[in-house]
Design a protein around this ligand. Structure first.
Ligand code: SF4
Length: 253
């Protein structure tokens, strides 16, 4: 059966016990946009208008299952629209606003900085912390992104690193900004800029993933042992306690 495509939610909460109930999540990316096409990504691969389940219909992805709502936005909402959505949903007991996606939030860096600045002004710097989860490629596109986020008042940034070198990164994360290790160099620069800032900076790594190499060259593509990621994170100034491990969970067919 073909479901109508729902316009998704700008704000949402995860309904699973593993997530902090006092975090309000913000989605401000159009069409699940991202600079990567990671092999392990749980987003739909196709435009829902074309049918992400291959049958002309639409079904929720893993994040939408957890959130209990569609997160597909036809286009990125304005800063005012995002702030209105936050205002309607925020609760007294909320302690964090997390700008996460669905997709890569820093594709809209100027808007994200506008939202952060307004949140900090409106809800108070001590009451509500603001966090961004990012693929870390923003420095490929915008100048001085870490400084802009810090100046806007961002408290915490979580960067998906997922590799120890450019070759691994390109094979696993398939960046659309260029299929060369150059993008990984920009990611590493961004991590270092964030570590040097006042923002709490965490790095995340997917572990436990492997698949056949889809390029047709043969062989497997797999994530590395945790220790190798931990050692690499150390070279970026990220201590073990600031690493987030994301155990790969296959998307159900
Ligand atoms: S960076 Fe995140 S959203 Fe983008 S393709 Fe990779 S896993 Fe998916």
């Amino acid at each position: 059966m073909t479901d109508a495509i729902q316009e998704g939610s700008i704000v949402y909460r995860f309904k699973t016990p593993a997530e902090d109930a006092n975090t309000l999540y913000v989605n401000m990316i159009g069409r699940y946009g991202c600079w990567n096409d990671c092999l392990f990504c749980g987003r739909p691969r196709l435009d829902p208008a074309e049918g992400s389940d291959g049958s002309g219909g639409w079904r929720p992805n893993v994040y939408e299952e957890k959130a209990g709502t569609s997160l597909y936005l036809r286009k990125s909402p304005s800063v005012v629209t995002v702030l209105d959505a936050i205002d309607n949903e925020i609760k007294q007991e909320d302690r964090e606003i997390a700008i996460v996606g669905l997709g890569e939030p820093l594709m809209e860096l100027p808007k994200v900085c506008g939202v952060i600045g307004s949140i900090k002004g409106k809800y108070g710097v001590h009451k509500i912390g603001v966090r961004v989860d990012t693929d870390g490629l923003v420095k490929c596109v915008y100048p001085e992104p870490a400084k802009r986020l810090e100046d806007a008042g961002l408290d915490e940034v979580r960067i998906s690193v997922n590799a120890v070198n450019g070759e691994d990164y390109v094979r696993l994360c398939r960046p659309t900004l260029g299929s060369t290790p150059w993008v990984f160099g920009k990611l590493v620069d961004f991590v270092r800029d964030c570590v040097s800032s006042s923002m709490i900076t965490k790095a995340s790594f997917v572990i436990g993933f492997e698949c056949d190499d889809p390029s047709g060259r043969g062989g497997m593509i797999a994530t590395r042992p945790q220790q190798e990621y931990e050692d690499f994170a150390g070279t970026l100034g990220i201590p073990p306690e600031d690493i987030i491990w994301r155990q790969y969970v296959p998307t159900p067919d």
